[in-house]
Ligand binder design. Structure first.
Ligand code: PMP
Length: 471
């Protein structure tokens, strides 16, 4: 097997440098002109199927007139709300919808603009909970999260995350009182001799040991994604894992924070991914499919336990953003969620998810560089390996999943899927590709996505020489 990795760094696609500081300074950006239905259209007339909604953002596809109308109406009526004195009908209705969707577990919703902001708020809310509960525990300042996790890009959220590459430039991070235990990552970390129960028990022991090592009464919260998105590529946990984790948090009086920024709001087939785990978190974050990309909107859901402590304490959440509870974001999110509910789209997520998983397995599982195919609902990851037997990863400098996804945008395929994994700690840095189409996706579209993706992967690995240490 030989692979050529052909990087033409330094130019944009029309030969001009971008004036905008995007993530990659020397990237070849495609000029996005418009998006309609499940397609993206470039300024050069290219039509690309949106097979992942970027980082799993799109749940309704693009150009939904109901959402556009709701946003426009809100812009015309009350485009901004200073939440120190005011609230809006849309914010109240969205909050009520979110609280009601949790089967009585959550008491209030805090609405912000990005997943990172939601995670920052979640962490501060957890800290404030222990300061204000009836018998305060101010010493609970520590967090336990998981290796190779991603919870956002701002300094607090980055410190909670255990992603080696994303952290290394900014060490020492704030806060520094975070430790990381193993993720629940069966493909790489469950031993062949180990049953699911034994694997869960081993992870539970590791977490319990970490509580003991840190001092159980100093731990504020354990933080995890129910289905790990960008950091690993759609890895669900083994059944029973979150029940075991929640039992340990309860035993030591710590909170459970679940980050559903990527896997939440229907992406895995239930509105909240934790519904499938049989546990409810104390604090939950939501993001991408809350507003489906129509507005930058995210949120934190706080349980009765947390809210009661604050209302019985200072009755102030010592946190705030100028644009929190933004009415236009709330209007978009409310309409997106109404459409998901009224059009029964979670049924389609389940049905099309089953088809997607079946076809991915049929078409890709025998490929010599496809190590694992896993996911839930319409949230699937294909992990690529240099050696299927040993599960050896590609050198991270080769950016294999990024290369494949980038080539997917070319005229030969015209499919947008998303790179994940990579850049992680030893043994955890596998390359993965995320397929996460909108909840409205059709059978024909799923078939086309899988056929095209199989072609992208086949072509990539048949091209040339595997070059390591690339430019
Ligand atoms: N948490 C998770 C699980 C995420 O996937 C992301 C974004 N990929 C974030 C937090 C941060 O969200 P944002 O990029 O909107 O700040």
């Amino acid at each position: 097997m030989v692979v050529v990795i052909n990087k033409e760094a330094g130019t944009s696609r029309n030969g001009e440098q971008s004036a905008v500081l995007h993530r990659h300074l020397n990237h070849q950006f495609l000029p996005l002109e418009r998006a309609e239905g499940n397609y993206l259209y470039t300024a050069h007339g290219r039509k690309i199927f949106d097979g992942s909604g970027g980082p799993s953002v799109a749940c309704l596809g693009w150009g939904n007139e109901r959402v556009v109308d709701a946003v426009t109406k809100q812009l015309r009526s009350a485009p901004y709300c200073a939440t120190i004195f005011f609230t809006t009908r849309v914010a109240e209705e969205l909050g009520r919808f979110l609280v009601d969707s949790t089967n009585g577990h959550m008491a209030r919703a805090y609405i912000v603009n990005s997943g990172s902001e939601a995670m920052e708020a979640a962490v501060k809310l957890a800290r404030q909970f222990f300061l204000e509960k009836s018998s305060p525990e101010p010493q609970r300042t520590r967090f336990i999260a998981r290796q190779q996790s991603y919870h956002g890009t701002t300094l607090g959220a980055l410190a909670i995350g255990g992603h080696a590459y994303r952290r290394e430039h900014f060490e020492p991070l704030l806060p520094q009182n975070v430790s990381h235990v193993s993720p629940c990552y069966a493909y790489r970390q469950q031993q062949t001799s180990e049953t699911d129960e034994e694997y869960v028990a081993r992870l539970a022991r590791e977490l319990e040991d970490e509580f003991q090592r840190m001092g159980p009464d100093t731990v504020c919260a354990f933080v995890a994604e129910p289905v790990v998105g960008a950091a690993l590529g759609c890895v669900p946990s083994i059944p029973g894992y979150f029940k075991a984790v929640k039992a340990i948090c309860d035993k030591y009086g710590a909170l459970l924070i679940l980050d559903e920024v990527m896997c939440g709001m229907g992406r895995t087939g239930t509105l909240h991914a934790w519904e499938q785990e049989g546990v409810a978190p104390d604090i939950q974050t939501i993001g991408k499919c809350l507003g489906g990309g129509y507005q930058p909107v995210s949120g934190v859901l706080a349980s009765h336990r947390v809210v009661d402590a604050l209302s019985g304490g200072s009755s102030v959440f010592v946190h705030g953003h100028t644009y929190q509870g933004h009415p236009v974001g709330c209007a978009a999110a409310l309409e997106v969620q109404r459409i998901i509910q009224q059009d029964n789209l979670l049924e389609n997520v389940k049905d099309m998810g089953l088809l997607l998983s079946k076809l991915l397995v049929e078409k890709l599982s025998s490929h010599p560089h496809v190590g694992d195919i896993r996911g839930r609902g319409l949230f699937w990851g294909i992990e690529l390996v240099a050696d299927k037997k040993t599960k050896a990863v590609f050198p991270s400098a080769a950016h294999v999943s990024m290369e494949i996804c980038e080539r997917g945008l070319s005229e030969a395929y015209s499919l947008s899927v998303y790179p994940a994994g990579g850049g992680g700690a030893e043994g955890l840095q596998g390359d993965a590709i995320i397929v996460s189409p909108p909840y409205t996706v059709t059978k024909e579209e799923i078939e086309m996505v899988v056929t095209t993706l199989a072609r992208m992967i086949n072509d990539y690995f048949e091209v040339g020489t595997m070059a390591v240490g690339l430019t």
